[in-house]
Design a protein around this ligand. Structure first.
Ligand code: JJW
Length: 447
């Protein structure tokens, strides 16, 4: 048996997002979001599910904070629904919306838990989408205005701020692949949106510094890892493109002030003409205090001409898969973290999302989610290896505290360490909750 250990000062936590857990979509003065529109468009979300009720955390946040307190976490990552603060995206502030987040943050602080606030976790006000959404550069300034309002309102209470969650999903999953809201399928549009998102991130960091807010700010790109099937250059380059689409495309501009040439050239070959205005790259290249990393899965792949956008295909290796079909690939977690540190240096990193989908249901009041415990053990072991290899990991937050609305998969896919009965909204701590609680308490576990 091996003992897997963690730094005594590493923070432990859980993560959620507004549209996925809050519900109360027509309450408290909240305006409509693109996910209200998308989820009510037939065929977009499995079983026609939507976030109208979700986990009802808008009303049950005290119970949820109590679950976190018993878990013993240091930090809780949640997101703010922009349409609760500005129902039309800009203009008049909705005080009821601010009041809700004060109630949640005060409950967290009372429980001794640090709030980590994600400003944008995909629920764009529909009113802004009606004017072009992230493809309209005016949305950049609307985001900065919204962020400034939140900074001023919660300065002193919230010390950890994240501008954007998973810009790859916001840009490409939602505007090229089309699986998420608003569901466009246009590479030129998606790539231009990815640029506007990075400008919005950079301008928001500038505003944070200008206001002299006491705290730390970063963003949370999602990552993946593809390992080349062979050492043939074509396989190596194919895997580098996929990893580069998630990592270098969104991190080189922030840390180096430029897009990665190998991706720029590939997108140009695909007909993309990125419009970059004077000063944009300097705006994006603002120093940040931490980098959030979301990691779920990876695989082995090889070059395949004219396959998809980046000319690669998976090689079936028989990896175990979770209940959402994603391969279990913890070595990819280690590779992502060491690759980022090798390329960008000693960046403080929070794992802002890592978790697995297992749809176990309660039997005799107990949820025996052994698959999730195995996933946590394997990925925390990879994390411990990365820390030992010099990666500056400040915290680990598992996705997610609660089973919740998993976007296009609706409620069919469960990622929580706490089970939610969507009919009664009853919460049930899963076996993984108790395992995670012990690991947090010990700062080690036995493999
Ligand atoms: C789909 C990739 C081709 C969420 C996907 C890629 C290509 C058909 C979990 N992270 O719910 C989904 N999640 O809200 C944020 N992370 O398609 C939080 N990544 O498809 C969680 C990535 C994801 C995805 C989902």
């Amino acid at each position: 048996m091996a003992i897997i250990q963690f730094p005594k000062d590493m923070k432990w936590g859980t993560a959620t997002a507004s549209y996925q857990i809050e519900g109360a979509t027509n309450e408290g003065g909240r305006g409509g979001s693109i996910w209200d529109t998308f989820s009510k468009t037939p065929g977009k979300v499995l079983n026609g599910d939507n976030g109208d009720v979700a986990c009802d955390s808008y009303h049950r946040y005290e119970e949820d904070v109590q679950l976190m307190k018993e878990l013993g976490i240091d930090v809780y990552r949640f997101s703010v629904a922009w349409p609760r603060i500005f129902p039309n995206g800009t203009g008049e502030v909705n005080q009821e919306g601010l009041d809700y987040y004060h109630r949640l943050v005060d409950e967290l602080l009372e429980a001794g838990i640090e709030p980590m606030c994600t400003l944008y976790h995909w629920d764009l006000p529909q009113a802004l989408q009606d004017k072009g959404g992230w493809n309209n550069r005016e949305t950049i300034d609307a985001f900065v205005n919204y962020s400034e309002t939140m900074f001023k309102e919660f300065s002193g209470k919230i010390k950890y701020w994240i501008t954007l969650n998973e810009p790859w999903c916001i840009a490409f999953l939602s505007n090229y692949i089309g699986l998420h809201a608003p569901g466009n399928q246009n590479l030129q549009l998606a790539t231009q949106i990815s640029h506007h998102l990075l400008v919005a991130h950079g301008k928001t960091v500038q505003k944070f510094r200008e206001l002299g807010i006491n705290g730390e700010i970063g963003y949370a790109p999602n990552t993946t890892w593809l390992h080349p099937y062979s050492n043939k250059l074509e396989d190596i380059d194919a895997c580098r493109r996929e990893v580069g689409w998630y990592i270098e495309w969104f991190m080189d501009p922030v840390f180096k002030g430029e897009y990665p040439d190998f991706m720029v050239e590939w997108f140009k070959k695909k007909g993309v003409e990125l419009v970059i205005e004077d000063g944009d790259m300097e705006t994006i290249n603002q120093p940040i205090d931490f980098l959030g990393i979301n990691y779920y899965t990876g695989h082995v792949a090889r070059y395949k001409e004219n396959e998809g956008l980046l000319d690669w295909e998976l090689v079936e290796f028989g990896y175990q898969r979770t209940d959402i079909g994603w391969p279990i690939y913890p070595e990819g977690f280690y590779n992502v973290l060491t690759h980022i540190t090798d390329r960008y240096g000693d960046v403080p990193i929070y794992i802002t999302e890592n978790g697995s989908c297992y749809n176990d249901e309660p039997v005799d009041g107990r949820v025996r989610d052994n698959g999730r415990i195995d996933y946590l053990q394997q990925h925390l072991t990879a994390l411990s290896r990365a820390i030992e290899s010099g990666v500056n990991v400040k915290g680990y937050l598992t996705w997610s505290l609660l089973d919740n609305f998993e976007w296009a998969e609706g409620y069919s896919k469960r990622f929580g360490i706490v089970h939610v009965n969507y009919r009664t909204l009853e919460r049930t701590k899963k076996d993984s909750y108790y395992w995670f609680k012990q690991a947090i308490s010990n700062k080690w576990f036995e493999l």
